[in-house]
Design a protein around this ligand. Structure first.
Ligand code: BDP
Length: 723
């Protein structure tokens, strides 16, 4: 039967297309619409009558243009660029030590506290005229200061007594694109790669510029534009010219370009018989290649490398270790101030040991053997970006080596393109975890910002979630993940709720109630997702290959540690992976104070129970339920919370334009359907071991286990192409 309101919906859609309030999300958080709140706007108008920038450089030109355009739009009037900076109130920007004017306005204390990329924004009244002064040590600081100021205005904060001193806590803040040269994106759920290698270097898509702006606005200063499963072709001269064109676009926004290095490139591209890092001709090949790259891209950032992992070539193919491989590349880029980000995501195909232990075993003995310009890039947890993982045991175990954090912003294991799952709380949980490496307070954040072990070279990477989708991320809320990554990369101690508040106000609405509701949706949704996918520490029970949907029954793959049964170990006695001393003893890789609580099944926090223990079905938990009862409860609660997400979204309808409202509404509908699918598929499967009923008061599965097992998804997105 046709819906009685079909004409209404059709009219609404057409109206949406043609009306001024049509929105497709493409402007991200850089909307700069006229500030609707009269009071707020008139205060800013009083304070900013003109702007004055001292100093010239491509980055300063960018900063001035960004500020002028955004202000004119926020205030809905042209903002003049002053010739006499002190005549009327406004914004004065310039470099400390270079601009006498700016230096005279900033206190010596503030000036001393500003470092590379940092800035101070302060207010000064002279001759009854108030000025907002933005000062930095370098031009990037001016750019970041401009975006900071604009963010304050976009979120309606007062500039009255402004006094901000900001420095990034992490030096290299990098997006990793798992983008292939053919424009497919590994684990990408937002369309194709935005890098159009075929048309580069001649065609510069506006999106490249928009991309650079968006990143600069949140402090990201690097982009590794190619997949870690690397293709050596990118080092061919014509491709390097293409890469140069991208680097030229990024430069005025303070972003350095990085490339992934396929370890076998000297063979694949150079025609050498070997890629052995000790071989002189191989070392020379990399040196020459680095020189060629730097001749084109003087600020090239360096190499990102996945070696001896999942079939990628690496130094172990020649009996060498990771340090020998990384150091060879580091030597090639060192004269040019480049770095090597060497990934620790390794696990051996022969090694029968618990996969969770392998990276630690391979890397920790090499602590102290890496060159100064090598960073080891470690995923947040020991397996692979699961909905929830404990921290990676390498954090806190390699004090002599700078460790980079690798987060996955694309949601390979967290609902892919459709589920609303705010990632910032998960990032925050990891960053705030105390490793106890140097006693209480040895937070992961302190390891990656270098403060715990005194490292000055520091970094953080996020696997990008963007693509050609009109709104960049496919799922509108994916924008919040990109935004949050940038903000946490700048300051890993920020609270996720504050980040979300900013993003919502900059992107969707200022309505108090709506901001609070959407913030709650974002803040609670990670826990919700964990509940309906992998509660109580379950992990790696998704569909095989594409990783879409549930697949706890997956077994008999080419490697045991790609199956689900390897991880959940369900049997008639219970569920979970024993990683205590009676099992794989992976827990012993953590510091004593960290692992003592986890080792004991009774004190292990419920969220990691099945990660570290094989737990009897009838084991009672602090909730008063036994394991089976709790599992049923968690899965059901997860689904109920998704129902609530839909209700919450309905309640903010009046605050959101029709187009984005519908977009999110449809995705939430999918999320609800899929949360039930996860719940029912997993419970029917685990029930075949527990031999227990799902409590009668809970909704019962719609289908039987063979039905769930029979589902296939041949065209699920994001699968790695084989070449
Ligand atoms: C896994 C992905 C795979 C990546 C790998 C990696 O499934 O596609 O290549 O991580 O990080 O999560 O290298």
């Amino acid at each position: 039967m046709k819906h009685p309101l079909r004409y209404f919906f059709l009219a609404l859609t057409i109206l949406t297309w043609f009306s001024g309030w049509s929105e497709n999300g493409s402007r991200l958080w850089l909307r700069f619409d006229k500030i609707a709140d009269e009071q707020v706007r008139s205060a800013y108008e009083e304070q900013i009558k003109q702007i004055f920038f001292e100093g010239e450089s491509p980055i300063i030109t960018t900063a001035r243009a960004e500020l002028t355009t955004a202000l004119s739009s926020l205030l809905d009037r042209p903002v003049s660029v002053a010739t006499n900076p002190t005549e009327r109130s406004g914004i004065i920007a310039g470099l400390l030590d270079q601009s006498d004017l700016v230096t005279s306005y900033v206190s010596p204390d503030d000036a001393a506290n500003v470092h590379a990329d940092g800035f101070v924004i302060t207010h000064v009244v002279r001759h009854k005229i108030q000025q907002i002064v933005l000062a930095a040590k370098d031009d990037k600081g001016i750019l970041y200061g401009v975006f900071h100021l604009l963010r304050m205005m976009q979120t309606h904060q007062s500039l009255e007594k402004i006094h901000v001193v900001e420095n990034p806590k992490i030096q290299h803040r990098i997006l990793n694109h798992w983008d292939n040269l053919d424009r497919t994106v590994e684990r990408g759920y937002a369309g194709f790669s935005i890098w159009n290698w075929h048309e580069l270097p001649d065609f510069i898509d506006d999106r490249y510029i928009e991309y650079a702006r968006a990143n600069a606005s949140i402090g990201i200063n690097g982009a590794a534009v190619t997949n870690v499963n690397a293709n050596a072709l990118v080092f061919r001269s014509d491709y390097l010219t293409k890469a140069k064109a991208l680097a030229d676009v990024f430069r005025p926004y303070g972003i350095r370009l990085y490339l992934t290095a396929r370890f076998s490139a000297p063979i694949d591209l150079g025609g050498l018989p070997t890629a052995d890092p000790i071989d002189a001709s191989v070392r020379q090949w990399w040196k020459d290649k680095a020189d060629e790259i730097y001749a084109l891209i003087p600020d090239f950032g360096g190499f990102l490398v996945k070696a001896n992992s999942e079939g990628q070539p690496g130094p172990q193919d020649y009996g060498r270790n990771h340090a020998e491989g990384a150091n060879m590349l580091a030597d090639a880029v060192a004269p040019h101030d480049g770095i090597v980000m060497w990934r620790a995501f390794v696990y051996s195909s022969e090694e029968p040991d618990d996969r969770a232990k392998q990276a630690y075993d391979e890397f920790v003995p090499l602590d102290g053997q890496f060159r100064e310009n090598v960073l080891i890039q470690v995923k947040n947890g020991p397996i692979d970006f699961q909905p929830r993982e404990p921290i990676h045991p390498m954090f806190g175990s390699m004090p002599k080596t700078p460790l980079m954090m690798e987060f996955q912003i694309t949601k390979e294991y967290l609902g892919q393109g459709t589920h609303l799952v705010g990632l910032a709380p998960m990032f925050e949980e990891i960053l705030n975890t105390d490793t106890h490496a140097k006693g209480k307070g040895s937070y992961v954040a302190k390891i990656i910002d270098g403060s715990l072990d005194g490292h000055t070279v520091t970094g953080i990477a996020g696997v990008s979630n963007i693509g050609t989708a009109p709104n960049w991320t496919g799922n509108l809320f994916g924008q919040a993940d990109w935004f949050a990554f940038g903000r946490l990369a700048w300051n890993p101690y920020l609270k996720s709720e504050i980040i979300f508040d900013d993003w919502i106000k900059m992107t969707i609405t200022h309505g108090d109630q709506a901001v609070a509701t959407i913030n709650h949706m974002l803040s609670s949704s990670h826990e919700t997702c964990v509940r309906y996918m992998t509660p109580l520490g379950l992990h790696h029970i998704m569909g095989p290959g594409h990783h879409y949907g549930p697949g706890p029954w997956v077994k008999n793959m080419s490697r045991a540690d790609w199956t689900s049964v390897y991880y959940h170990k369900a049997d008639e006695n219970g569920l979970g992976f024993d990683r205590t001393a009676t099992g794989s003893n992976a827990l012993s890789q953590y510091h004593e104070a960290f692992h003592a609580q986890l080792e004991d099944i009774n004190s292990c926090p419920p969220e990691f129970l099945l990660w570290f223990h094989h737990v009897p079905w009838n084991h009672s938990l602090s909730t008063g339920r036994d394991l089976w009862g709790e599992l049923c409860h968690q899965y059901h609660q997860g689904v109920e919370e998704v129902e609530q997400l839909r209700e919450d979204w309905k309640s903010v309808r009046d605050y959101v334009d029709a187009e984005r409202y519908r977009h999110v509404e449809m995705h939430l509908q999918i999320q609800e359907k899929e949360s039930r699918w996860w719940r029912d598929a997993c419970l029917t499967y685990f029930q075949s071991f527990s031999m227990r009923e799902i409590p009668y008061h809970l909704e019962q599965p719609e289908h039987d286990l063979p039905y769930y097992e029979s589902l296939t998804f041949p065209y699920a997105p994001g699968i790695r192409p084989r070449w």
